[in-house]
Design a binder for this molecule. Structure first.
Ligand SMILES: Cc1ncc(COP(=O)(O)O)c(C=O)c1O
Length: 477
């Protein structure tokens, strides 16, 4: 009988498998390396041979290792054949108003139900957030900086935080001064202020398709029109298609999530970012760039932002600490280039100031060195969880399913067989105790009927069971 670990409540063999998988993800064991022999590991860890064998079988099943007869277990050179990806999108080529609010508000309400397995949100894994550390920082700040923490920091916001943000932006390729930055209530407010700074009601905004539904909601609320541009599941927005759209329509602004787009996980290659900035500069079109997941990369290096190539102040870079540190603190920022003064004024005109204590806490968290340590762990864990959910989708979902291969972030975009309607699947999933994000809400024209977005931030047996249930429901009856 399998033994349950007292510390993690997982079966012991799962705990061992997870630890080895982490070592593989971290590069301790590289492709082609031999893992410790079953006997060695059993003696070393004081666990039974059968527990080690079960752990190795689990890793084999997950496609991470392979058994070689008479020789032992080896890290696979290529983790099991990569699943087929969705093709480049082909949205309808005209601009339209957005009318998604009811569906989106309904989906959002379900995300608050604690009885459901939450695969429908794009919220980070709560267990991986540095909440305890932040709590300690907040308590100290509230005690030692009582007056400041309960006062106002007028726009552009708390200066020490803007210094930290400017320093971190260097690694993303930007040379910013603290006075280039405006602190906002999350990335949502940053993008909305930027849209308001460069557009008027009725204007056309070019967007990736599919894109994050919150962006579509800002477009809807501001009375703008969305022009959806074909987008590649790995390389992001098609520059060819964008060029063509600009020639056909009076595009007033372009908005992209350049690194690890939600829901695609796409990351624009550096050359595409440069070309995008140059193309838009030729037409004097502002680019609003959302880099909210830029720090959650699975490779060796942080991808640059498009703003790194901005020579005319036309790129308005937006981000926040919601995906990696503290979604509830609502601390975001923008570096809006030549629109800085307008954005700063709009910030004051719309919400006055951003809450002080969260700004101070985030600045202190970064300055203490905690952020980088935390990010290293987060990247490792998310890379692993995304890999496991991908494999589970391929195992449990019907033939013909396609899934993205994100190189960062923690969401998966899944294309189901033609006959599956994601809204119907969503209704059935709720009855089965699981949420998902139906494809419809990621397009102004509700085009992604047979697609769903899944949150891969958490990987547990309960999540695996939920994926198996979804796979069952998605099978053509
Ligand atoms: C691409 C993208 N941008 C912005 C946001 C919203 O960020 P915030 O919570 O900081 O407002 C999200 C949240 O899911 C997102 O996925």
């Amino acid at each position: 009988m399998a033994v349950i670990s007292s510390s993690t409540k997982e079966f012991l063999y799962e705990e061992v498998a997870n630890e080895l998988a982490r070592l593989i993800a971290a590069g301790t064991y590289r492709p082609g390396d031999r893992l410790p022999s079953v006997r060695q590991l059993s003696l070393q860890r004081k666990i039974s041979v059968s527990t080690v064998l079960q752990a190795y079988m689990l890793l084999e099943e997950r496609g991470l290792i392979e058994a070689r007869p008479q020789s032992g277990y080896y890290v696979r050179l290529h983790p099991t054949a990569a699943p087929p990806e969705p093709e480049i999108s082909s949205p309808e080529p005209d601009a339209s108003q957005v009318g998604l609010r009811e569906l989106i508000m309904r989906v959002l309400r379900d995300t608050e139900n604690p009885n459901l397995v939450q695969l429908g949100t794009a919220l980070p894994n709560r267990d991986l957030l540095p909440t305890k550390k932040l709590n300690r920082i907040v308590a100290t700040l509230a005690r030692e900086k009582e007056e400041q923490s309960n006062g106002y920091f007028f726009p552009p916001g708390y200066e020490p935080l803007r210094v930290e943000v400017a320093q971190r932006a260097v690694v993303a390729g930007c040379s910013l001064s603290p006075s280039d930055i405006v602190i906002t209530a999350g990335c949502s407010e940053a993008m909305e202020l930027c849209l308001r700074a460069v557009c008027r009601a009725g204007d056309i905004v070019a967007l990736e398709s599919p894109t994050y539904f919150g962006i579509l909601q800002s477009i809807e609320a501001l009375g703008l029109k969305a022009l959806e541009i074909p987008t590649h599941p790995r390389d992001g927005i098609s520059l060819e298609a964008l060029r063509f759209a600009i020639e056909q329509h009076p595009v007033r602004a372009c908005l992209v999530v350049s690194n690890f787009n939600n829901p695609l996980g796409s990351c624009m290659p550096e050359e595409n970012k440069r070309e995008l900035v140059e193309l838009l500069a030729r037409y004097e079109i502002p680019l609003i760039e959302d880099d909210i997941s830029g720090e959650i990369y699975f490779s060796e290096q942080r991808p640059l932002v498009a703003k790194a190539f901005d020579r005319k102040g036309l790129v308005l870079l937006c981000s926040s600490f919601s995906k990696d540190v503290c979604p509830g603190y609502r601390v975001g920022w923008t570096a809006p280039g030549r629109f800085r003064a307008t954005v700063e004024w709009l910030k004051f005109a719309s919400s006055g100031v951003t809450a002080s204590l969260p700004q101070m806490a985030v600045a202190e968290f970064i300055a203490s060195g905690g952020y980088d340590r935390h990010l290293r762990r987060l990247r490792r864990e998310y890379a692993q969880n995304v890999a496991w959910m991908t494999q589970a989708v391929m195992r449990y979902f019907p033939p013909g399913t396609r899934v993205t291969r994100p190189a960062g972030g923690f969401v998966l975009w899944v294309q189901l067989p033609e006959q599956v309607d994601s809204l119907e699947l969503y209704r059935q999933a709720l009855k089965a105790g699981v949420t998902l994000a139906p494809g419809y809400i990621f397009s102004a024209k509700q085009q992604y009927r047979n697609f769903i977005r899944l949150n891969a931030a958490v990987w547990t047996r309960e999540v695996e069971r939920a994926i198996a249930r979804l796979g069952e429901l998605a099978r053509p009856k």
